[in-house]
Structures are given as C-alpha cells and as structure tokens.
Design a protein around this ligand. Structure first.
Ligand code: ADP
Length: 649
C-alpha cells in the first residue's frame, strides 16, 4: 500500500509529467470541442425546426388563400339564372335551384334525384275506373285487358301510358307474358310521360324485368336490368330519392353486385349532399353558408344562399376539390387537411405527429380548420441527424487521434524507461567488468612492489596475470569505444577485397591462442574455393571475436567451438557454433539489442555488458549482410553471418 504514492511520484517525474499534462490538455480540448459541437447541434436543430415551421405557416396561408379564392368563385354562381343564354358552370360544378315544391339542377342530369317534385299532370283516375273495376272487383283480367287495350288508342299520351301499364298487368294475369312484354315495350317508348308519378319508361323497364324474372329468362333479364341501371345513373328521370333507391335496388338484385364507378360514386355523393342542404333549408330558410360534407368518404363542397321561398346551392364534387385545393400544396413537401368541428378530416390528409401550422375556421372563413403538416415528420430530424453523424464522426476521429497519440507517447516513454533501466544495468555491469581485473592488478602490483612474492616462478606467473588483466581491460575499453563510435555514428569502415579463408584462419588462430589457455579449442572448417568478399577486416574481425568470445563464455561445459565458412548461393556464410547453454526462443531477438543480456547469462553469473551482439549486428549490417541465430537452451547456439560476395568489375 505504501508503495503506491511512491509509484505515482515516480511516474510523475518527466517524461511522465509531460504525458499527464498532454493528456489533461487533450481531455480539456476534447471536452470543449464536444460541448461546442453539442451546442451547435442544438441550435442547428432549433433553427431547422423554425425554418420548417415557417414553411408550414406559409403553406397553410397559401392553402387558405387558394381555397378562399375558389369559394368566392363558386359563390359567383349563386346568382345563376337559368335560361337559354345562361352560362353553364364549368365541369365538376353543379347548381341546384329549388323552391318548396320544385327543384332543378344545372347542368341537367347532374343530380341523380331530387328532394321534391311538383305534382305531374296525369289523366284523372276516372278514365281507368271501368277497367280497374273489371280487374279488381270482378276478377276478370281478360275483360279488363280488352278495356285497357281500347284506352291505349287514346291520342293523349298520359292516358295511353296509364292504359299500357294496366294492360300489361292484366295480360300477365291471364298468362300471356309475351304479349305483356310487347305492351311494356310500347310503354317504354313514352319515355318520361308520368304514370302514377313515375316516368313511363322506368316503369316499363322494371315491369319487363319482372316478366323475364318470372319466366326465368336470365339473359334478357340481365340486359333489361343493365338498361334500367344505366337510365337511373344517367340522371335523366325526375325522381325522388326513395324511388331512385328502390329501382337501383331492383337493378342491383337482378344484376348482382356491379361496383359503381368513381364518377358514379361522386355523383351519388353530390346528390345526397344536395338533398341534405335542401332539407336544412326547409327548416332554416333564411340562410347562407359554406360547407364541406363528407359523404361515403367523399368530400362535397356546398355553398348556398336561401331566402324564404328560394334556395340556390352550388356544389363541387371531390374531383374539383382534389384538383383545386390540393394544387396549392404542389411541390411544397407539405400535407394539408381541412378538419371539421368534430375533428373529422374532410379533405386531404395530415400527420398527427410532428410540427404543424393551423388556421381556424374563424380566421379563414373556410368550412373547417386548416392544418399543414409534414408528410414525413422525421425529415427535419433526419436532416439534423445527418449533421450529427458527421459531428460524431469528427469526435470519433478526434478520440482516435487522442488515443493513438497517447498510446505512442506512453510507448516511447516506456521504451525510454526500459533503455534507461538497461543503461543503468550496463553501467553496473561495466563497472563490475572493470573492477575484477583492477582488483587483481592492484593486489598483484602491491604485492610485487612490497616484494611479497619471493619465489621467481610465482613472480613470473604474477607478471603474466598482470599482462592478461591489462589486456582484458584494454579490450574492454576498446569495445566500449567501438560501441560509442557506432552509437555516435562515427565509426569509419575501410572496405577492401578480402579472402575469407586466410582472414578467418588469422582471426581464429589468434583467438585460439588465448582460448587454449582456458582449455578451449576452436575448430575451423573451410569449404573449398571460398569466394572473396568486400569487407573491413578490422571491424569484421571484431564482430567475429565477439561471437567467439560468447561461444566460449557461454559454454562452460563443452570446450569446443566450431567455426565454419561456406558459400551459400550468392553469399558467404560464416557460422560460429557452440554446444553451450543456448538461448531461449523468447530472447533470441532481444539479445541483439544494446544492453540486453540473456536470462541464462545472469543466472549463471557470467559477466558481460550486453553490447557484444549489438556491435556484431551493427558491423554485419554495415557490410550489407545479415546475422541469424539458431539456438536451443541446453544444446547450444549457432550464429550465422551472411555476407554478400565481392562484385566483379
Ligand atoms: P554479453 O556481454 O552479455 O555477452 P552480448 O551482447 O554479447 O552481451 O550477448 C547478449 C546475450 O546473449 C548474453 O548476455 C547471453 O545471454 C546471450 N548469448 C550470446 N551469445 C551466446 C552464446 N553463444 N550462448 C548462449 N548465450 C549467448
């Protein structure tokens, strides 16, 4: 526990302090940048939101103006007066004019049915009384048919129509359906002539349909039903809504479910709207207004003005609203909707979430509240989030740079520390290396000076030791000087053509001489015809001696060291092999670094400075060569120097 603060104080010494300051600075910088970026994003989002809301406000105003303009235009038709010279309303707009007893539509046929109809002039019931008495009281359809056939000759269309209808009925009763069909055909030709308040043709078609149905003649029934349906949707009959609905039901029953077209559905919606406005006018005659009615999911616009005896309604169908009202929003990326007092969307569409601009009915005089929203409420967010991603990317790059910077600083500091550690180990190793010979030098010279070695032989031995130790010291100093020159980059090489055989022989012989004294033997094996190399004999000799020194030093058990030289392809290989303690694989790379000493050497208390191999490698590399190591702990090591051959001119 007590070591922790010590560690921190140690760590905080330079260059650790520099790193701490750098990291703090970077953190503060990164913090400040993050804060600024975040602020910028917030403002950006607020600004973008504001811009977007402004766009919606503008869109909703433009929508309101377009709608106002259209409504004013439609209201212009409220003064429409029908007649030969009257200007017809444009496509998609219908005008309904009505009194309490009659209704008219322009263009004619625009409405499918009417809210009220004036009583049509029909012949009096007395004309058909005789025939009806025979038919209903006497139960004699044959005689009744004869009477109606006679009446059918009348010059009056109304009488003829009434007579054909009754004649057809009686013919069916007496089982002459084919004849009845012909009679109904005649009746159909009378077109709109009213019979019992309904158009003759409509009655005839329905009657023919019933005959075909009773006779089971499917094809003719379908054809007749199609005619009936088409005539109903043409709007050419003046019918009340219940009658129209009834005959439509009949046609549908015979035809099966025929889906109505869009146009038919629009006209149906328009007719229902007209009917509703008329009903409203009946209860509230003095009124005028603008309204959008939603009928079967279809919006119908109605503007009307009513007095106590007259109502004029201008109606615009879904097509008109769709084209005119939504045109205002074209190309704006805005959705618009008109919403009634109950919150029902009567026109357009809108997004329930996200920003919106609203204009109330009171502000615009429109028949509802206008809402403008974005079709995609996430659009603003997406825009902003794009920029946010960019910012995050920037932060990530910043953080990575910071991390990488800190990492490399920490690494170099660690390295520096390691080198410093090695250096101090080196100093103590060097001191030790010096101390041993110095001690023996001092003791021996002291003893010699004081004549404490009387025996001649002993004295000579002492002189030998003195010279050996001095040489050892000199070698040590030289190798330190060489190392110093290499480190400083001032070592100069003198390259010259070199015969490796002769040169190796010299170096090995010289080394052998000294090694022999310690009981070691160097075996030299030279392959025949060794090629010449281009080298600095002095420095290369130094490298080789270092390897030999090590081989001897680290082979306490095996007194033989082998030196081999051979050509290997385009290189010369010099191998120094021993059967000593070897180097573990994990250290084989590091031992070539300066000041690095192996674990084995330290465990065996073998002295050294850790610069021999670094020196050798440096020299070999200066010769464009390589140095390799193969070693197995306990079995020995082989150092191989590979050198390029001399280039022939
Ligand atoms: P040193 O002065 O320690 O010998 P070197 O740079 O010459 O420094 O060698 C580095 C280390 O490599 C040595 O400390 C030793 O552990 C290992 N080493 C070098 N040569 C041999 C060898 N022939 N056998 C075993 N270990 C060796």
């Amino acid at each position: 526990m007590a070591r922790q603060p010590m560690g921190i104080t140690r760590w905080l010494r330079p260059p650790g302090r520099t790193l701490a300051v750098f990291l703090c600075l970077m953190l503060v910088l990164a913090g400040a940048l993050s804060w600024l970026g975040w602020q910028w994003l917030r403002q950006d989002r607020a600004l973008e939101g504001q811009r977007f809301r402004d766009r919606l406000e503008l869109a909703v105003d433009q929508m309101a103006v377009a709608m106002q303009r259209d409504l004013t235009e439609l209201e212009g038709y409220l003064g429409f007066v029908s007649g030969p010279g009257a200007k017809a309303p444009p496509d998609g707009i219908w005008i309904m004019q009505g009194t309490k007893s009659a209704v008219d539509a322009f263009p004619i046929g625009g409405l499918l049915y009417f809210s009220t109809l004036p009583d049509a002039a029909e012949p009096s019931a007395a004309v058909f009384a005789a025939g009806e008495a025979l038919e209903h009281q006497r139960n004699d359809p044959a005689k009744a048919a004869a009477v109606f056939r006679e009446l059918a000759r009348s010059p009056e269309a109304g009488v003829r129509a009434g007579a054909w209808l009754r004649l057809g009925r009686n013919l069916r009763k007496i089982g002459r359906p084919e004849e009845a069909l012909r009679v109904y055909d005649e009746l159909a030709r009378l077109g709109a002539t009213p019979v019992l308040g309904l158009p003759a043709e409509l009655l005839a078609r329905e009657a023919r349909g019933s005959v075909f149905e009773a006779m089971g003649r499917g094809r003719e029934l379908a054809a007749e039903a199609a005619l009936l349906r088409a005539s109903l949707w043409s709007g050419r009959w003046r019918l009340l809504r219940p009658a129209w609905e009834f005959y439509r039901g009949e046609a549908q029953r015979w035809l099966g479910a025929v889906p109505s077209t869009e146009q038919e559905q629009d006209r149906h919606a328009l007719s229902i709207a007209a009917d509703r406005i008329y009903e409203q006018w009946r209860t509230e005659p003095e009124s005028k207004g603008r309204r959008i009615l939603k009928i079967n999911e279809r919006p119908v616009l109605a503007v009307w003005t009513g007095t106590s005896d007259r109502l004029t309604v201008v109606l615009a169908g879904p097509d008109h609203l769709g084209s005119k009202w939504t045109a205002a929003l074209q190309g704006r990326q805005v959705q618009g909707a008109l919403i009634d007092a109950d919150g029902l969307v009567i026109l357009g569409s809108f997004n329930k979430s996200g920003p919106r601009a609203v204009r109330t009915a009171a502000e615009t005089r429109l028949p509802g509240t206008l809402h403008a929203t974005s079709p995609d409420p996430g659009a603003v967010a997406a825009d902003v989030s794009g920029r946010r991603r960019l910012l995050y990317g920037g932060f990530a790059v910043l953080a990575l740079t910071l991390l990488a910077g800190s990492f490399s600083i920490i690494r170099s500091i660690k390295r520096e520390r390691a080198v410093a550690g090695l250096q101090s180990e080196f100093v103590s190793a060097v001191s030790h290396e010096f101390r041993t010979p110095l001690t023996s030098l001092r003791q021996l010279s002291e003893m010699l000076a004081k004549d404490r070695i009387p025996d001649d032989q002993d004295r000579r031995k002492s002189y030998d030791i003195l010279s050996q130790e001095t040489e050892r010291l000199q070698k040590l100093v030289e190798s330190l000087l060489d190392f110093g020159r290499i480190e400083a980059g001032t070592l100069r090489y003198h390259f010259e053509p070199l015969d490796p055989g002769a040169w190796l022989g010299g170096v090995v012989a010289e080394f052998q001489e000294k090694a022999a004294a310690r009981g070691y033997r160097i075996e030299l094996h030279l392959a025949g015809g060794l090629p010449r190399i281009h080298a600095d004999r002095e420095s290369l000799g130094l490298a080789l001696r270092n390897l030999l020194d090590n081989a001897v030093k680290y082979s306490p058990e095996c007194p033989t060291v082998w030196v081999e030289a051979a050509r290997e392809r385009d290189r010369l290989a010099i191998r120094v092999r021993d059967q000593g303690m070897g180097i573990p694989a994990s250290e084989q790379k590091a031992v070539f670094k300066r000041f690095v000493r192996g674990s084995g050497s330290r465990a065996a208390h073998i002295q050294g400075t850790g610069i021999g191999l670094a020196l050798a490698r440096h020299i070999v590399e200066a010769h464009d060569g390589e140095i390799h190591l193969q070693s197995e702990p306990g079995k020995g090591s082989t150092f191989t120097i590979l050198l390029p051959l001399e280039k022939k001119a």
